[in-house]
Design a protein around this ligand. Structure first.
Ligand code: UD2
Length: 230
């Protein structure tokens, strides 16, 4: 299989790139051909056959996270050449083997903070946003994390296009969804449920101990949000 891991690192986030790339090379899809596609404003990264770089401007928070599916959609022609696409926050680290068992049409991770319900506290409750989910539906929703998501290339690119269009509508109406891209992703899962729902050990906060969901696969690194977002 040809698989591409998509990363975004603008502004100060370029400091995370080498670590996530090295950890992916060590643990991710060792049986397959793994490539990387980095979106960045930093000139320090050299392109190789398996490491593709697209230069994008750094935009202030929250656009830096919200516009991710626009970046991906722009590179659709290149990304469509892969069998599977995965997006991972750049401030994460693979810590044990991840393989074929997560290859599925549409893959998402249960959010570590929402394993006991309470999705209505995170889903968008603003009817003016395209990410809006009515309370009656929100209470039963399985809330997924924005930080690791993937699937078959065609499905993933369709999702990226749909979410970008929703974000565009919101921006025209001067609305930000509650948790930005993550709210849009969750709204998308209502009509397109993940075919593979991963446990939170695929998005485990670095400073949490005792993961009851099995071996930790992917860590969400601890950082000073305010300082990093500049
Ligand atoms: C959570 C999600 C994230 C996104 C966000 C929306 C996890 C682990 N993370 O992360 O995916 O849904 O909530 O609120 O579930 N970035 C830059 N430059 C910047 C700022 C952000 O490149 O100046 C990129 C970078 O790839 C980063 C990602 O955007 O990893 C998300 O930003 P964050 O990590 O600061 O957001 P966080 O921790 O709230």
């Amino acid at each position: 299989m040809r698989i591409c891991l998509i990363l975004i690192a603008t502004g100060k986030y370029h400091v995370f790139v080498r670590d996530i790339v090295n950890s992916a090379k060590q643990f991710l899809f060792k049986e397959h051909s793994l490539s990387f596609h980095l979106f960045t404003d930093c000139p320090d990264f050299e392109e190789t056959e398996s490491f593709h770089v697209t230069y994008v401007p750094h935009v202030p928070w929250p656009a830096s996270t919200l516009m991710r599916y626009h970046f991906i959609t722009h590179e659709r022609a290149h990304l469509a050449n892969f069998d599977y696409l995965f997006y991972c926050d750049v401030d994460m680290r693979f810590v044990s083997d991840v393989g074929d068992d997560i290859l599925s049409d549409f893959v998402a991770v249960r959010h570590p903070n929402r394993t006991d319900g309470g999705a209505e506290k995170s889903l968008d409750n603003n009817p003016n946003s395209t990410a809006y989910v009515p309370f009656s539906i929100a209470v039963n929703h399985v809330y997924v994390a924005g930080g690791f998501v993937g699937g078959k290339a065609e499905n993933f690119l369709n999702m990226a296009k749909t979410i970008s269009s929703c974000v565009d509508i919101d921006l025209r109406n001067k609305v930000f969804a509650r948790w930005f891209d993550e709210s849009h992703l969750n709204k998308y899962t209502l009509s397109n449920p993940p075919t593979k729902l991963l446990d939170p050990n695929y998005c485990w906060p670095e400073n949490w101990t005792d993961c009851k969901f099995g071996q930790v696969k992917l860590l969400a690194l601890l950082k000073n949000h305010k300082e990093m977002r500049g």
